[in-house]
Ligand binder design. Structure first.
Ligand code: GTP
Ligand code: MG
Length: 205
């Protein structure tokens, strides 16, 4: 994908109306601090357009990034952030649910899992829940630069088993430091989820 322009077009909080977009949307879910905003920055070739933070709980809204007036990358709030009150957790959950359930343009959901750790109960819940909404999430195993090469296969297996992935589910190892995996993600998005509708040519005479 050649990135010509990026615009953070819509920011939705717990009380916001969600936009009724007409362009395809690709969403990124995952626990707080797993690297969703960093991944979006890597995909759009920017250092810090999507705000990132070492402190979990940075993205508390659903952020819609318009890419080339062609599509949206959608940054979802992270779950599993301990310091947030129960009440807030419920509200963010409802916001994410409202989006996944209600979006008419959502083409694919990527679920990010830290490659260093076995999936948590929250990750498993999120995975099952995305599947229940009718999507088959693609897994992105983040922070690839943080483990030794020799551990990659073992950790990928742990993710497969821990989430009990539907057979055939794609897992893409990724690092926002080395950008490894970036092109695989774009290739997949472009080949499977941005299939352009055939424009019918009509002769007007
Ligand atoms: P929330 O907005 O809180 O849900 O977090 P997030 O999932 O958007 O995570 P974010 O992109 O803000 O990254 C969290 C921290 O992890 C930051 O300090 C990033 O620099 C770091 N980080 C993200 N991806 C990578 C990666 O691939 N490798 C390494 N080494 N660090 C990463
Ligand atoms: Mg974020």
């Amino acid at each position: 994908m050649i990135i010509r322009n990026v615009n953070l077009e819509t920011v939705c909080g717990i009380t916001s109306m969600l936009p009724e977009n007409t362009l395809p949307e690709i969403a990124f879910a995952g626990k707080s601090n797993v690297g969703k905003s960093s991944l979006i920055n890597a995909l759009i070739n920017r250092k810090s357009y999507a705000r990132i933070s070492a402190t979990p709980g940075k993205t508390q809204t659903i952020n819609f990034y318009n890419i080339n007036e062609e599509m949206y990358l959608v940054d979802l709030p992270g779950y599993g952030y301990a310091k947030v009150s129960e009440q807030e957790k419920v509200k963010w959950g409802q916001l994410i649910e409202r989006y996944l359930h209600g979006s008419k343009q959502l083409q694919a959901v990527f679920l990010l899992i830290d490659i260093r750790h076995d999936p948590s109960a929250n990750d498993k819940m999120m995975y099952d829940w995305i599947v229940a909404q009718g999507y088959y999430p693609i897994i992105i195993a983040t922070k690839l630069d943080k483990i030794k090469r020799s551990q990659i296969d073992k950790q990928i297996k742990a993710i497969k088993t821990g989430l009990n992935l539907v057979p055939g589910t794609k897992i893409i190892p990724f690092s926002s430091v080395t950008k490894q995996g970036r092109d695989d993600i774009w290739d997949l998005v472009e080949s499977e989820y941005l299939i352009e509708e055939e424009v019918e040519q009509t002769d007007e005479n």
